[in-house]
Design a protein around this ligand. Sequence first.
Ligand SMILES: [Zn+2]
Length: 77
Amino acid sequence: MSTMPVSPAPAAPVGAPTPLVVSAAKAKLWLGGTVLFGLLAYYFVGVDQGAFSVFGGDMHLHEFVHDARHLLGFPCH
Ligand SMILES: [Zn+2]
């Protein structure tokens, strides 16, 4: 039985994942923008229609998001 020096197999390079570094001020800005965008999307898809429309009696926005309104189960007509 021969004895050959056994060297450990080279380990695959495992790099530590780079942490995402975001300052608190930037995180607050992104969170605020995301919440604002979400609320606007919610309003225009789910609420804005008819008499309460931001754009008066114009139904273009309502028709634009009409399928999304039905898909998400908001009451429509
Ligand atoms: Zn409808």
